[in-house]
Design a protein around this ligand. Structure first.
Ligand code: CMX
Length: 441
C-alpha cells in the first residue's frame, strides 16, 4: 500500500503540473469543436444533452417549460388558502408541458397518495444500518431496497418491446415518487427522534404529508415544503444529479437504479450537500465568535479565514449561473415574509452583502453570487429542524420530480446509450507535437 501510494503521488504531481502547462499554452486549441480546456475542465459550455423539462439561463436562472420561479409561484395551483405552488403541479408541467388545472394537480396528488405504501423490507434495511450513518447514505440505500418493486426491470427480463420502455419507466417513476416522502421521513424520525415514526396522512398533498411525517405540523412549514419541493426539482440536464440519472438510465438501468445513482452525486459537497455545509459553516462561525448575530466585519474575517484554509465558501458560486440564483431570492422572500427578525436569516442576508465582493476580488471565481443552498437551511432551522445532515435528503426528494420526469421523456424519445469519447494526455501530447492525429480532427 505504502509503495503504491508513494509512486502514485509522484506520478500525479508530475501529471498535474504537465497538464497545467499544456492548458496554459494550448488550452484554446480544438479537438473537433471542443477546446482542450473544456475537455480537461469539466466540459463547461459544451451543449451535448437534450433535457425537455427545464432550461437554465446564466443571467436569468431556471425556467421550467418556459416558466420562471416567480411565474410558477403565481400560476401553479395551491392548497386552499395557500400561497406556494403544489409541486405535483410542477411535475405535471414538466411531464406534459402545460400549466395544470386544479383538477389535474389533484389527480397527481391522488395517484401519489394511492401508491405511497413502502414495503416493510425497506424499513428493515434502514433499521439495520448504524444510527451514525449519514442520512443520504440511508436514503440511497432505501431507494435501492425499493428497487425490488421495479416493473421496468421485471418487464425487461420478460422481453419488453422498446416501444413500452417509457410506460414501464412512467409506472416505476410514479411509484418511486409516491414513496420517497415516507422513506425520507422514516430516516429522519429514526435518526433524530428515537425511531418515533409518524403514520402518513393519506388525505394530504405530497409535501404537506412529508412535513406531517417529519413531525412539523405548522402550516407555514408545510408551505415552506411546497416551495422547497418546487424550486429544487430541476435545473436542466447537465448538473451532476440530473446528468447522472440520465446517463445511468441510458443503459436501461431502471428508474430506481438511475435515480439512486443521481442522488449519490447530489450527496457531494459541491452539489446538493452544500445545503448542509452552509449551516454547518454558519453554526461554526457563531460558535467561534460567540454570537448568533455577527457583524459585517466579523463575517468578512470568517470568510477570509475559510478561503485562507483552502476551502470554498459554501452556497456561493455556480457552474452555469452568473447572477444571484432566483431560487435563493424565492427563499429570501419567504424568509422576509414570515421570519424577518430571525437571527440566522438575518445572518444569511448579511453574508449575501459580504461574500460576493470578496469572491470577486479573488479574480478567478466566475460567479460570486449565492446559489439555492445558501438560504435553504436557515428557513428549516427557524422551524426547529437543526439536523443539517438531513437537508440533502429533502433536496433529493424534490429532485426526484425533475430527474424522473426527464427519464420518462428519455425513454419516450428513445434516446440512446450515452457514450462520449475520451482522450489520454499521452495522446494529447503526441497530437500537440504533430506526431499523431486525434479523433475528430
Ligand atoms: N468559494 C471559494 N472559491 C470558489 C467558490 C466559492 N464559493 N466558487 C468557485 N471558487 C473557485 C473554484 O474552487 C476554482 O478555484 P481553483 O481554480 O483554485 O480550483 C475557481 O474559483 C473557479 O471556479 P468556477 O469556474 O467559478 O466554479 P466551478 O464551475 O468550477 O464550480 C461550484 C462551481 C458550484 C462547484 C463552485 O462555485 C463551488 O465550489 N461553490 C461552493 C459549493 C456550493 O455552493 N455548491 C452548490 C452549487 C449548487 C448546487 O449544485 O446545489
Amino acid at each position: 500500500m505504502g509503495i503504491l501510494k508513494e509512486r502514485f503521488r509522484a506520478k500525479a504531481d508530475i501529471a498535474s503540473a504537465e497538464i497545467k502547462t499544456i492548458l496554459k499554452e494550448h488550452g484554446g486549441k480544438k479537438i473537433g469543436e471542443v477546446t482542450l480546456s473544456q475537455i480537461y475542465q469539466g466540459m463547461r459550455g459544451i451543449t451535448g444533452l437534450v433535457t425537455e423539462t427545464s432550461l437554465l439561463d446564466a443571467q436569468e436562472g431556471i425556467r421550467f417549460r418556459g416558466y420562471s420561479i416567480p411565474e410558477l409561484r403565481e400560476k401553479l395551483p395551491k392548497v386552499p388558502g395557500g400561497t406556494e405552488p403544489l409541486p405535483e403541479g410542477l411535475f405535471y408541467l414538466m411531464l406534459i408541458g402545460e400549466i395544470p388545472t386544479e383538477e389535474d394537480v389533484q389527480h397527481v396528488t391522488d395517484v401519489l397518495q394511492r401508491k405511497s405504501h413502502v414495503p416493510n423490507h425497506v424499513f428493515k434495511i434502514i433499521d439495520s444500518m448504524p444510527i451514525a450513518t449519514h442520512p443520504m447514505t440511508m436514503f440511497v440505500t432505501g431507494v435501492m431496497a425499493l428497487q425490488t418493486e421495479s416493473s421496468f426491470s421485471k418487464r425487461y427480463a420478460q422481453g419488453m418491446s422498446k416501444k413500452d420502455y417509457w410506460e414501464a419507466t412512467f409506472d416505476d417513476s410514479l411509484i418511486l415518487l409516491a414513496r420517497l416522502p415516507r422513506l425520507a421521513a422514516y430516516i429522519y424520525r429514526r435518526k433524530y427522534h428515537n425511531g418515533e415514526d409518524i403514520t402518513p396522512d393519506g388525505m394530504m398533498d405530497w409535501s404537506g404529508n412529508l412535513a406531517h411525517m417529519l413531525g412539523f405540523n405548522d402550516d407555514k412549514f408545510k408551505e415552506l415544503m411546497r416551495l422547497y419541493m418546487t424550486i429544487h426539482a430541476d435545473h436542466e440536464g447537465g448538473n451532476v444529479s440530473a446528468h447522472t440519472t440520465h446517463l445511468v438510465g441510458s443503459a436501461l438501468s431502471d428508474p430506481y437504479l438511475a435515480y439512486a445513482a443521481g442522488m449519490n452525486g447530489l450527496a457531494g459537497p459541491l452539489h446538493g450537500l452544500a445545503n448542509q455545509e452552509v449551516i454547518k459553516w454558519i453554526f461554526e462561525m457563531q460558535e467561534k465568535l460567540g454570537t448568533d448575530l455577527p457583524t459585517h466585519d466579523q463575517i468578512e474575517n470568517y470568510v477570509r479565514q475559510t478561503l485562507s484554509e483552502g476551502k470554498v465558501v459554501p452556497g456561493y458560486g455556480h457552474a452555469v449561473l452568473r447572477q444571484t440564483d432566483p431560487r435563493y431570492t424565492a427563499q429570501m422572500e419567504f424568509g422576509k415574509k414570515y421570519m424577518r427578525e430571525d437571527k440566522l436569516c438575518r445572518t444569511v442576508w448579511k453574508i449575501y452583502e459580504v461574500v460576493p465582493p470578496i469572491l470577486e476580488s479573488l479574480g478567478k471565481v466566475k460567479n460570486p453570487w449565492p446559489n439555492v443552498d445558501a438560504h435553504s437551511g436557515a428557513l428549516l432551522v427557524h422551524f426547529g429542524m437543526k439536523e443539517y445532515e438531513f437537508y440533502t435528503v429533502l433536496f433529493a426528494v424534490s429532485r426526484a420530480m425533475g430527474v424522473l420526469a426527464s427519464l420518462i421523456w428519455d425513454r419516450a424519445l428513445g434516446l440512446p446509450l450515452e457514450r462520449p469519447k475520451s482522450v489520454t494526455t499521452e495522446q494529447v501530447k503526441k497530437w500537440l507535437n504533430g506526431e499523431d492525429e486525434i479523433w475528430g480532427e
